[in-house]
Design a protein around this ligand. Structure first.
Ligand code: ADP
Ligand code: MG
Length: 299
């Protein structure tokens, strides 16, 4: 599949702070990517670097086939990385007309793009009368005016009410379904789960996981166990390489699998060790549990 953007060992230092550390991933055409990480994990810095507004410290990024200069490539990119900023006393359509002039693109796309974001009937309303959600939708329309190959959004639903959040997510999905590649940064796991096909999870500027969202859901899962010998149980699980993280939650012992293992085999193995279970359930982790596990691991 065609590469849109490739990051190779990208690093950014702000004095003593390493905001992005040795980050590598690639964006392929037609997918919806989420950069997911807690606040301060380096998402905005990463987007800033590839959009040429933040200077990298080291590493590389290449747009498209690798032969396109960043300046040329950015003409095929639509991005919203700051709060939407338009002229308050001008209408939606007038503001977009101005953007067309600045970007040097024909004005005949204005109505089409307003329609995509559900603002066509408000095209003659002044920007200052818009809700925050409508302002954000206008910003998306503006970023789409040059029919970009990729749309980049930084925390697109921050500060919006639930209805506004839902509208923005629907719009992102619609744009993606029409073939535009999307890269969005979010600290919200459920946003990435609802909107994205692929995820890059970062923490402290470092990549923890990257891959399809559904593959992440399809990991080996975990066991929820109880016995009257939880100490011995935990010790046995910790020594067993079939299990990764083992932790106690109240009376239960939670053991995450690193490979396939069914309930019956585990029960038999433990019984042979003299450990009798009073409770055994196998579960798949939700993406949320995996995200928390991944981001908490290296405290
Ligand atoms: P995120 O978007 O994931 O919340 P950022 O990329 O904004 O994270 O920030 C990553 C880290 O870099 C944070 O520790 C932040 O304080 C720091 N940082 C970001 N921009 C600057 C800057 N201009 N000067 C100094 N430190 C910065
Ligand atoms: Mg940010």
């Amino acid at each position: 599949m065609e590469n849109i953007l490739t990051l190779t060992s990208l690093t950014k230092k702000f004095g003593p702070i390493t905001a992005v550390k040795d980050l590598s991933f690639s964006i392929k055409k037609g997918n919806v990517y989420g950069i997911l990480g807690p606040n301060g994990s380096g998402k905005s810095t990463t987007l800033g670097i590839v959009l040429n507004v933040v200077n990298k410290t080291s590493g590389e990024f290449t747009w498209f086939d690798g032969n396109t200069s960043t300046h040329e490539a950015l003409k095929k990119v639509g991005a919203i990385i700051e709060r939407p900023n338009f002229y308050p006393y001008m209408t939606a359509a007038q503001n977009l007309k101005l953007v067309c002039q600045i970007k040097g693109v024909p004005a005949n796309k204005i109505e089409e793009k307003l329609d995509v974001v559900g603002l066509l009937e408000r095209k003659d309303s002044k920007f200052r009368t818009f809700s925050l959600g409508m302002k954000q939708r206008l910003a998306i329309a503006s970023a789409l005016l040059n029919d970009p190959e990729i749309l980049i959004l930084d925390e697109p639903t921050n500060g919006l009410d639930p209805q506004g959040i839902h509208q923005i997510r629907q719009i992102i999905k619609k744009i993606a379904s029409q073939g535009t590649t999307i890269l969005l940064a979010s600290h919200l796991l459920d946003e990435v789960e609802k909107v994205c096909t692929h995820v890059v999870i970062i923490r402290k500027g470092m990549k923890l996981y990257s891959g399809p969202v559904d593959e992440m859901n399809a990991s080996h899962g975990f066991f929820e166990l109880k016995s009257n010998q939880n100490g011995a149980l935990k010790e046995w699980l910790s020594k067993n390489e079939t299990f990764g993280n083992v932790k106690e939650e109240g009376e239960k012992v939670i053991a995450f699998l690193t490979k396939e293992l069914d309930e019956e085999s585990l029960n038999r193995q433990l019984f042979d060790e003299g450990i009798v279970l009073t409770h055994l359930v196998k579960r798949k982790e939700s993406l949320e549990e995996q995200f928390l596990q991944l981001t908490n691991k290296q405290n």
